[in-house]
Write a protein that binds this ligand. Structure first.
Ligand code: M6R
Length: 615
């Protein structure tokens, strides 16, 4: 996820773009850049860091006459965050300039073809490949910029929203969208382009939102023309009047970042497996694993180190690695591991999981593991973070920035990456049959739409939240793959509503926690069809006979638990190893609604920080 802004009109472009970028920083903030053209001089400034760093760096050197400009705040996907990889990027001739939000999956093959045709590249980005592809098409086919963009995009696989201009045509910007949002603000002889409407809300309330697979040519004095990228059909212009204020726009219309991030999960999971999960071919492509396959296959065991929610994702991974790939796994709190003199050798593979990539305990655990000769693999969200740099290899989750302190999309995307790795290893080891392997790939591809379906229970979950919001304690139970989900559900409730909650393996309840159960105690039980269903139903009966209040997270169409439980929340059916990706959704929503009803600061709960960089 990145933020893009563009302007063409009669005003000075620089202040509009720089202020717009500040408003889009929630979309990414590891580097920023701007390109301004005053009809003669093209000025491009880029820097690692925040928009403020860009502002400090360029304030003195930027042309204030430019009425055309584009700017970008980056959340790295290809290439670490640094000055060179920051956008805008320009073509080899220096004439075409681009900003891009998204991922070009086939950038590697396109790059090879362009290199063979004499093109050179300064950055590691997929974006620089795209702008040179556009230039190549433009020159080869002798077409205008808009046509060149269209032809080039038809060769591209991936997701994008882009804005491009040509120095030789300073009255025009070409934009396009597939999978990443793009809005155009329409003023009097001026146009604003942005990832959302926040950068232009004070200039115009009239906006056009591009749909997927659409592109637009925006020309001063001539207006905006939208076409389908595939077949060039002209699209009717639908101008909307914006009703939202600035804060609502930044949160995508949601009340809190946490809610926005919960609802982003279908797309976030899709972005995680994009370009990696090739269902038709029956392939999982992950360079970090492919390049180190021998290390994984020859390992005595895998040790997972992480903290908090990432540790819970590690527990889910323990089940899936052992179940499918038959590799022994141990999951350790990084804070314990680093101080307990663990037995680690060069025959171990250590997987470190971290959303931020900056958690001090996880970083220290990695250093200890490396010092003992282990091969360390990172699963991080933030590209170029300390953990991503410290590990020997890794795979990013590509969840986009997570702003809410409570992890939501980080958890499900971490599980997605770990599932891909487990399936890849299982295939390589032959511990999974071909048909089972294919079935898992197909089901994984369906998870985003099933998550979207699970999210539709939001209103019902809100009603349940209203009934239990005043509870003093809550118990979360699950078995097998859904035991870590119970832990994660309890953590979500604790951290944002400050209600005491415990997660337990359902069968452990009778060894102690059952003493807590009375008519005041809500017990949230994950009881999906495939995971030890009958056993969990027996556990539910034990709770019922002690008058506990039961909220069952069940598979769609379940009738058995419905008879016993006070409330049920349904999730779509899937394979058991993938079920945490669905069962966790209602638990996130339940804690969110309870916290909102209690008037808590959901996005910034007390005493917590998004990334814990101290011991
Ligand atoms: O950035 P990391 O994934 O390393 O962070 C680990 C924990 O601090 C984090 O998951 C924390 O537990 C969250 N607040 C949970 O919602």
């Amino acid at each position: 996820m990145c933020g893009i802004v563009g302007y063409i009109g009669h005003r000075e472009a620089y202040p509009i773009i720089i202020e717009g970028l500040k408003r889009l920083e929630y979309r990414g903030y590891d580097s920023a850049g701007i390109a301004l053209f005053d009809g003669t001089d093209l000025k491009v400034s880029k820097t690692k860091g925040k928009v403020l760093d860009l502002e400090n760096r360029v304030a003195s050197e930027i042309s204030t006459n430019a009425k055309l400009g584009i700017g970008h705040t980056r959340w790295a996907t290809h290439g670490v965050p640094n000055d060179i990889n920051a956008h805008p990027h320009y073509s080899n001739s220096g004439n075409l300039v681009i900003i891009h939000n998204g991922i070009i999956e086939n950038y590697d093959s396109l790059k090879k073809e362009l290199i063979a045709r004499g093109y050179t590249f300064k950055s590691d980005t997929d974006t620089e490949v795209l702008i040179n592809l556009i230039e190549d098409v433009k020159l080869k086919e002798n077409v205008k910029l808009g046509k060149a963009v269209q032809i080039a995009l038809n060769q591209v696989i991936g997701a994008y929203s882009i804005a491009v201009f040509d120095k030789n045509k300073p009255d025009e910007i070409v934009i396009a969208r597939l999978g990443s949002p793009l809005a155009v603000g329409i003023g009097e002889d001026e146009f604003f382009i942005a990832s959302d409407a926040s950068p232009f809300i004070e200039y115009t309330k009239n906006a056009v939102y591009l749909e997927d697979e659409e592109m637009a040519i925006i020309r001063i004095n001539k207006g905006i023309k939208i076409r389908k990228i595939k077949d060039d059909t002209l699209v009717d212009l639908y101008v909307q009047e914006l009703q939202m204020n600035l804060e609502q726009i930044e949160k995508g219309g949601y009340e809190h970042f946490m809610l926005k991030e919960i609802h982003e999960q279908p797309n976030a999971i899709r972005d995680t497996y994009r370009g990696r999960l090739l269902v038709k071919e029956g392939i999982i492509r992950m360079a970090g694993v492919d390049d180190n396959m021998e290390k994984f296959l020859n390992a005595n065991r895998i040790v997972i180190v992480a903290c908090g929610t990432s540790w819970h994702a590690g527990l889910v991974a323990e089940y899936i690695f052992e179940d499918l790939a038959r590799i022994p796994v141990e999951v350790e709190y990084a804070s314990e591991f680093r101080y307990r003199n663990p037995v680690i050798t060069s025959n171990d593979v250590v997987i470190a999981i971290s959303q931020s990539g900056e958690t001090a305990d996880t970083l220290a655990a990695i250093k200890l593991a490396k010092a003992n000769g282990a091969f360390v693999f990172g699963v991080c969200n933030v590209v170029g973070s300390s953990i991503a740099r410290e590990t020997n290899a890794g795979a990013y989750t590509h969840a986009g920035p997570e702003i809410g302190v409570a992890s939501t999309k980080a958890f499900t995307t971490q599980i997605t990456v770990l599932t891909l790795i487990a399936l890849k290893l299982a295939k390589a080891k032959g511990s999974i049959s071909n048909s089972d392997y294919r079935y898992h790939l197909q089901e994984l591809e369906l998870i985003p739409e099933k998550v979207a379906k699970a999210l539709q229970s939001d209103e019902h979950i809100k009603e349940v939240a209203d009934i239990y919001k005043d509870a003093r304690n809550c118990l979360y139970l699950g078995r097998g793959y859904n035991f870590p989900v119970a832990l994660e559900g309890a953590l979500k409730l604790k951290e944002i509503s400050y209600i005491h909650a415990e997660g337990y393996p359902a069968a452990e309840m009778k060894h102690g926690p059952i003493a807590l159960i009375d008519e005041q105690m809500p017990v949230i039980v994950v009881a999906t069809k495939k995971g030890h269903y009958e056993k969990v139903v027996s556990n539910i009966q034990e709770i019922k006979s002690r008058k506990g209040k039961i909220i069952g997270i069940v598979t769609e169409g379940d009738v058995h638990v419905q008879e016993l439980a006070d409330h049920i929340i349904e999730v779509p059916e899937t394979l058991e190893p993938l079920s945490p990706l669905l069962t966790t959704i209602p638990l996130q929503l339940l804690s969110y609604h309870i916290a909102v009803m209690l008037g808590k600061n959901v996005d910034q709960p007390r005493n917590l920080a998004k990334s814990v960089t101290v011991e």
